[in-house]
Design a protein around this ligand. Sequence first.
Ligand code: PLP
Length: 476
Amino acid sequence: MTPDEFRRHGHDMVDWIADFLDDTGSGRRVFPEIQPGDVRARLPEHPPSELESFDDVVADLESIIVPGLTQWQHPGFFAWFPSNVSYPSILGELMSAGLGVNAMAWATSPSATELETLMLDWMQELLGLPARFRSTSEHGGGVIQGTASEATLVAMLAARWRVTGGDINADGDTTRLVGYCTSQAHSSIEKGFRIAGIGSERVRLVPHDERFAMQPGALAEMIATDRSAGLLPFFVCTTHGTTSSMAFDPTPAVAEICERERLWLHVDAAMSGIAALELSLRWVNDGLDRADSYTTNPHKWMGINFDCNLFWTADRASLIGALSILPPYLQSAAAEAGAAIDYRDWQIPLGRRFRALKLWFALRTEGVEPVQAMIRDHVAWTQQLADIFGADDRFEVLAPHPLNLLCVALRGDTVESANAATDALIDAANATGEVLFTRTLLDNRSALRISVGARATTHRDVLGAAALLQRLAPAR
Ligand code: PLP
């Protein structure tokens, strides 16, 4: 592709994206009518033997790929959690691709590193996070990673390093380590334990209460039992906004136990932490002033394109102790003097993209006011949904709904019949193509999750989704 062709196709593509995002709802199903293998069957099995025009590729994108996508930007998207985008953030992605730098260390791209550090400090301020996470604090700092799953793993590795006084790096002995979360914590916690060589059985599932939140008393007892069995408790993960029901673990009470027992406390607020942009919802930060690490995702609710996970720690020495290795080919005067941050030591891979650009573009040109307004709307509409379903005796609200997720179920004579009816309702609603809901299990009750988070969703869409569910629900 020549520079002139790149200009032409690039401008066309930007137009295409603007049209697509301007009109995400009309004429498209949220989830396509499609079977596994359908997309591949429409594509040539082998690489082309002759070059094709870019226009032909775009034509196939429009006719084969886009119709086979789940439409995450659709106003009827109420599934999982959102993955919002915004125009300045898309341009930040484009610019990152165009600049083509690798931001693995300060010396490999000084401004990429320094802008990233600054963006983490800006976000610390905008979210009202404790000053101990700031890069200018004595022991803290933050980094952009790909996902919350990576952040959790990195937190675990730092915790593992700290509890073993660094010995883990040499002997790799994880046999006595044990950590804690509830059954409501995201599956990435268990995955992290597996990757860190600790294993699923050494993740103790602390009982939760009727609000699906961790019971601190039970945590303290489990730690004592493990200690008396000769094990080495090292890590607790609380969640601020669980994936299933958006439950909040009581981090202040858990932090007290962690301090007493000298355990690393990681707080996973992948989805809900962004709520703190809105001042009236700052309670989502409760307890963070005593956490060792914290993560939240601007790539979910905030509208910074995937991937953009923010991870802060108040103990960067343990993080760097766990992950830093300096072979000759990565050495630089700045690294040796300790004068600059080398983000390769704050994450699993070496190479890294220039992700700070998309935050910088978005924060400078759109700011947080539109996001604050959207958050307020989504929370208010969710409360309205709770009233609607609370007043319909065919439905039951299964969990507290402090923010923008409502878990509802149909009632039944038995748990089995209620679950079957709820699952059938989810299938029937999704089959319309107008909406997409996902299911979860809450203490064995099947629940329809209404996650109100897509940027394009309006009040009308939310009321329309509720009316659809009420229309499809069987009479009792
Ligand atoms: N933690 C929580 C509470 C989540 O809700 C999710 C995803 O929804 C994750 C972790 C995993 O997020 P990621 O895809 O960024 O790894």
